[in-house]
Structures are given as structure tokens and as C-alpha cells.
Design a binder for this molecule. Structure first.
Ligand code: SF4
Length: 675
């Protein structure tokens, strides 16, 4: 049996996987001991990948409506729909909604086609729902979307602060690494989270903040460090832009944490120069997510805790290739390769692509995009590798938008998703185990995803589907790729535009690799170990402390929080196939404190209904001491296609962060009732 070295398709840890194919679609899975992200370890989701590679429910032929067609007819149909919309209504009448599940090569071509050749900025990604606020915070503070840490920093830290992250469930291999560091070095662990999660239960200190209390807490911590003389004045003077009188004017009181807990937290922070703050969805999925990211970064900059072993603010991404998408420019408010829309940057990109029709500026971000579909301004939508009818906030509105849209194309591996039901055309894409390309994990390590199986039926790679459509739109010579290696080489060469403008993103040493070298590519990290310490990619060369004000925390009524289960992934189209993974939680639970359950008349094991401004959903009730009074929690995974209840997307209101456009999947005003 041939062994294939590949990468796990789930979370942003980006673990290396060894896959040995047996009979048919059976495959034995082990962790890759030589991969720097996981050193041979896997979590339950990665371990059971072999149970999810069957062909049940797969889309393996192109379909127009319910009719199976050959590829040429499907591609002609998609191209004609797109061309007609552009001719009649202009380039901004078309849009792509893509995914952190796409490989970097797929992402690169989607971005090039939309921004360079169709001439619209209307490409956005489900990564908007995951980490767009971290991107905005990085850009504001560093001048570039850069994660300044690596996983090795977790091994060297004396204090790890987890913010809005149930790491033990959502990034389990990182959690194993943290646990090992605690055992080996006595590293202390603080968890800042409104819920007492499994991660919080095992921390040295759990700080139960109010929902969206992060900005107030980190601002107060910075004020406290200034009061204790723990600010690194020399580092601030030499390497940071600091608004005048900023440190002296911070509000130290508005955090709402018990004084004894705050004091213990401040003692740990003051005593621990080697401190990593690892933050995730509890920070990003908020109407103040960008400010939260900058509040964390401000603390690290002011104390000089960045760019040193064991020190830095560390954003963990949710998806396997959210980072790769950010690098190539797959967000509507970026152009390509960490460049924006300034005239000089547009000119450079236009010349590199030989683009006839470069877009004039940013496109619509995810929530705005579906509003434009609903209003009829977007008349052609191509959804790739994602399920927005379930996963977008205000999912009922998104379904209405899809139903109104005259041209919906869905590329997916699954035939019947909640979104595919609205498609005029369905295109069969390759799944994990069939795809061939690269992904970038949360610490900037680029790894190969390699095929284990041949393509089933007539399924094709996303990059190839897009190149075929581009050719039909008259752009064949700019999309004449014959392999993912060719796409990767062009992307790597294009990073020269970023490097020439002082950015850290630079893969130009890979621009001339042969196909054989691409096939054998070992994991590599762009930007080195600590790209940010002495110099930052801003005009002044200094990092920026961003002045921010905490949002008000007063709230009448309940707050709904949403998140992941340990053994499931997104809308369960893959993990739902594994009996062992499904055994962890068989149905979606409404977790509620004893007091709130009593007030609402809910009983443990009974059914309860959650209602928000967006909709209503029903769940099995689980009364839990881990829930604070006034807060309830439900999982994100269940869909109409699999259950009559527990559809959480219907509950989330489309409230967004003003800087990043990321929706707030946490802290949604809600009410409870028994069923
Ligand atoms: Fe896959 Fe993430 Fe688990 Fe690693 S930690 S095996 S990348 S799901």
C-alpha cells in the first residue's frame, strides 16, 4: 500500500497526515511525525478521517436542475449566465462566495478571475465568518495581515492566555501541546471565556468575562501594567507609534471582573514576559472583534512581548486554508498578495496579471453580498465549497436571497446541501483525498494536500473548473494552466509585488520550482519564525497602538453564544459520516444555567426553544453549571438536511463588526421557552 503525506482538512492547526490506501475508498490514517504542526499527533476528527471518505451522497456529475449533463454543456451554461449578467448589468452584478476549504491554488484563480478579468471585487469567503476581524486588527497594528507567532512559542511561553477559545475541543492538537508545555515547564494557563468550557476547567485561572467584555478587560490590563511599571518604554519609543497620552488615559475600571480574579490575572501577566495570547472565534465573531484583536495586540506591544521566543499575540484560524485565502487575496477588501487598492498597487497587479479589466476597488463582504443578492443587485452567484444557507447569519434571509437569485451555481462535493437546493447548476468538485494543492495553517506553514484516490465520476478540481469557465469568457491565455503546480508558481512569483513594497509575504524562492519539486514540497513557513520585532511593514516602520473604547456591556435579557462540538466540523457533511465521531453528541443541545432554566420553565432532557430577532429553533435542554446566568449556548453544526431542529444559523442576527464586516455569532439577544 502506497503511503501519501497530506494534511488534515479540518481546523487551522494544519496537522500532517499519513494516509495508506487499502481497498476501494478505505484508507488508514496516522499523524505525520515529520510535520512541524503536529509531530505525529492527531485529534479525534483527524484520526477518524478514514471513516469519512465514502462516496455516499457525493455529487459526481454536472447537473443543470435535476438533469445530468456533460461538462461542456454545464460550463457553457455557467459562462453564458455570467457573460449575460456582465453584459446587461455590469461586472458588479456577479459574485463568488468561496471557502476556507478551497486550496490556495483554487483561491488564487477565483480571485484572479473575479478581480482581474471580470472586473469586480465581489469575491468573498466564509473565512469572513471566522477570522476577518483578526485580519483587520493585524492590518491596523502591523500594516500587514501577519501572525507574529509560531506553535514553537507555545513550548517556550511561561504564560499562555486563551481568549474566546475552547482549544481542547476546537484546536485539540494545540491543546495537547499546551498541556505538554505545562507539564514540562510549569507554564501557567489562563482562559478568558464567558463559559466554563472543558478548556477553562483545566486552566490555572478562568476569567469569566461578560460577553464582549474583552476590550474592557485588555484595556484595564494595559492600564494596570502601566501602573505597575511593566510597560516597556524603550520598545514603545523605538518601535511603536503611540497616540499622545494614550497610556495615561486608559479606563482601568470597566471590565466587570471580580477584583480578586482580576488581581490574580494581573499578577500572572506582570510576572510573565514570555506570554502568548492565543485568540480565536470568541474574539473574532463579535461586533467589536477588530477592537478586541487590537486590545490584545496593544498589550503585547506596550509590554514588548512580541517577536521573541514564547511571546506574542497569536490568532488561531478555524479552517484549514483560511490563511491561504488571505494570502492570495480571497477577501473582498483585499486585492491580491497582501496588496490593497491604491492606484500604484492596482497598477502593479494589473501589469502582473496582464488584466484587461482590473476591479476599481473593494467588493461586497459576505453579509453585504447576500443583501445585494436579496435586493437583486447581484444576479449571478457562484458558491464554492460552502453552505451559506446554513452557516450565514440570518440564514432565513440568505435562503430568500438564494431563492430570488436568477443564476445560482454551486460547486460542491455533496449533492444535496441546503444551499445546493437553490442551484440552477451544480458542479462536482474534488473532496479531501482527491484534491491536489497547498494550504497554509495558523502559523504560516504551507503544506501539501495530496490525492489518495482518483477523482470519482466526473468530479474536477475547483481551479480547473474556474480555468475552463475563464476560457469560455475569452480569457483562455491568462488561464492556460495544466496543473496546480503551474498555478502555485504564478502565485509564488506574484508575491514579489508584496515583497517589493516591504511586506513580509514572500514566496518568490518557490516561483521556479519544477512539477516534481512541487509534488515533493516539504512544509515550509513563510516569514520565518518571528517576522515582527524591530521593523513593521507600516510607512513609519513602527507598529501602531490603536486607540479603542470598550463597547457598553449592559444587556437586558439573555445572550446567545454559539460554537463547535469537539467531534464535528461545520455542517457535518464529512464528520457526520463517522459513527464514532457522531457518538460524542448525537443531537444539538441547548446549554443553560440552572437559574435561567427554572425561570424559563425548562427541564433537563426536555425540549426548549430559543428565539432571537432572526428566528426560532428547538433543542434538547442540557442544564449546565458551566453556563453563567444570563447566557445560553448552542452548537453550529445541524442543518435542515439532517434534522428538524437545532438549526442555529436561523438564530444569528446579521450584526457585523464595522472594520472587518465579520458577523457576531456570539452575544445575540435571545429568549427561551419550553416546547
Ligand atoms: Fe485535524 Fe485540527 Fe485535529 Fe489537527 S487538530 S487533526 S488539523 S482537526
Amino acid at each position: 500500500m502506497k503511503q501519501v503525506r497530506t494534511t488534515c482538512p479540518y481546523c487551522g492547526v494544519g496537522c500532517g497526515v499519513l494516509a495508506r490506501r487499502a481497498e476501494g475508498r478505505e484508507v488508514a490514517i496516522a499523524g505525520d511525525p515529520d510535520h512541524p504542526a503536529n509531530r505525529g499527533k492527531l485529534c479525534s476528527k483527524g484520526t477518524h478521517l478514514g471513516e469519512t471518505t465514502g462516496l455516499e451522497g457525493r455529487l459526481i456529475y454536472p447537473m443543470i436542475g435535476e438533469t445530468r449533463v456533460i461538462w461542456d454543456i454545464a460550463l457553457d451554461d455557467v459562462s453564458a449566465r455570467m457573460a449575460n449578467c456582465i453584459a446587461e448589468h455590469g461586472p458588479d452584478s456577479v459574485a463568488f462566495y468561496v471557502s476556507g476549504q478551497l486550496l490556495t491554488e483554487d483561491y488564487y484563480l477565483a480571485n484572479k478571475l473575479m478581480k482581474g478579468f471580470i472586473g469586480s471585487g465581489n469575491i468573498d469567503t466564509n473565512s469572513r465568518l471566522c477570522m476577518a476581524s483578526a485580519v483587520a486588527a493585524h492590518n491596523r497594528a502591523f500594516g500587514e495581515d501577519l501572525v507574529p507567532c509560531t506553535y514553537d512559542d507555545l513550548d517556550e511561553a511561561e504564560l499562555i492566555v486563551l481568549v474566546g477559545s475552547n482549544t481542547a475541543w476546537c484546536h485539540p492538537v494545540i491543546w495537547q501541546r499546551i498541556e505538554a508545555a505545562r507539564e514540562r515547564n510549569g507554564c501557567k494557563l489562563v482562559v478568558i471565556d464567558p463559559r466554563r468550557t472543558e478548556t477553562a476547567e483545566r486552566a490555572d485561572l478562568h476569567v469569566p468575562i461578560k460577553p464582549d467584555g474583552d476590550v474592557a478587560l485588555f484595556t484595564a490590563l494595559l492600564a494596570e501594567m502601566a501602573a505597575r511599571g511593566a510597560v516597556d518604554e524603550a520598545y514603545l519609543a523605538d518601535h511603536c507609534e503611540v497616540p499622545e497620552a494614550y497610556l495615561a488615559g486608559l479606563d482601568a475600571a470597566a471590565h466587570g471582573i471580580e477584583p480578586a480574579i482580576f488581581s490574580r490575572l494581573a499578577d500572572l501577566v506582570a510576572a510573565s514576559p514570555r506570554m502568548v495570547t492565543l485568540f480565536s472565534m470568541g474574539v473574532n465573531q463579535s461586533a467589536s472583534g477588530t477592537d478586541k484583536g487590537n486590545a490584545i495586540i496593544n498589550l503585547h506591544l506596550a509590554t514588548g512581548r512580541i517577536g521573541l521566543p514564547g511571546a506574542g499575540p497569536f490568532s488561531m484560524t478555524g479552517q484549514p486554508n483560511a490563511m491561504g485565502g488571505r494570502e492570495v487575496g480571497g477577501l473582498a477588501n483585499m486585492l491580491a498578495c497582501h496588496l490593497g487598492f491604491a492606484d500604484e498597487e492596482r497598477a502593479a497587479v494589473s501589469a502582473f496579471w496582464q488584466a484587461p479589466n482590473l476591479c476599481g476597488g473593494p467588493g461586497l463582504k459576505a453579509v453585504e453580498m447576500f443583501r445585494a443578492v436579496h435586493e437583486g443587485r447581484i444576479k449571478f452567484l457562484w458558491v464554492m465549497a460552502t453552505n451559506p444557507a446554513v452557516s450565514m447569519p440570518d440564514a432565513a434571509f440568505v435562503r430568500e436571497a438564494l431563492a430570488r437569485c436568477p443564476n445560482v451555481v454551486v460547486s460542491d462535493v455533496i449533492a444535496d446541501t441546503d444551499t445546493a437546493r437553490f442551484a440552477n447548476v451544480r458542479l462536482p468538485a474534488l473532496a479531501w483525498g482527491e484534491k491536489d494543492g497547498t494550504v497554509t495553517n495558523s502559523e504560516r506553514t504551507v503544506s501539501r494536500q495530496r490525492p489518495i484516490f482518483p477523482a470519482p465520476g466526473e468530479a474536477r478540481a475547483d481551479w480547473r473548473i474556474m480555468a475552463d469557465v475563464a476560457a469560455r469568457l475569452g480569457h483562455g491565455s491568462a488561464f492556460a494552466y495544466t496543473s496546480p503546480a503551474a498555478v502555485f508558481r504564478e502565485y509564488a512569483a506574484m508575491t514579489s509585488l508584496a515583497a517589493a513594497r516591504g511586506k513580509v509575504l514572500d514566496l518568490t524562492d518557490k516561483a521556479d520550482i519544477t512539477d516534481a519539486q512541487y509534488d515533493a514540497l516539504e512544509p515550509f513557513r513563510w516569514g520565518g519564525v518571528h517576522p515582527l520585532r524591530e521593523h513593521f511593514p507600516t510607512p513609519s516602520g513602527k507598529a501602531r497602538l490603536v486607540p479603542i473604547s470598550p463597547p457598553g456591556l449592559a444587556r437586558n435579557g439573555l445572550s446567545l453564544n454559539t460554537g463547535r462540538y469537539r467531534d464535528q466540523w461545520h455542517t457535518m457533511t464529512r464528520t457526520g459520516l463517522s459513527p464514532r465521531l457522531s457518538a460524542h453528541r448525537r443531537e444539538p443541545l441547548l446549554e443553560v444555567s440552572p437559574g435561567d432554566a427554572e425561570k424559563a420553565g425548562l427541564v433537563d432532557g426536555g425540549l426548549g426553544q430559543v428565539t432571537t430577532a432572526a428566528g426560532t429553533a428547538t433543542y434538547r435542554v442540557a442544564i449546565s453549571d458551566g453556563q453563567a446566568e444570563g447566557q445560553v449556548f448552542v452548537p453550529m453544526h445541524w442543518t435542515d438536511a439532517m434534522a428538524a431542529s437545532g438549526r442555529t444559523g436561523a438564530l444569528v442576527v446579521a450584526d457585523t463588526d464595522p472594520h472587518s464586516g465579520q458577523p457576531a455569532f456570539k452575544n445575540v439577544p435571545a429568549a427561551l421557552a419550553p416546547v
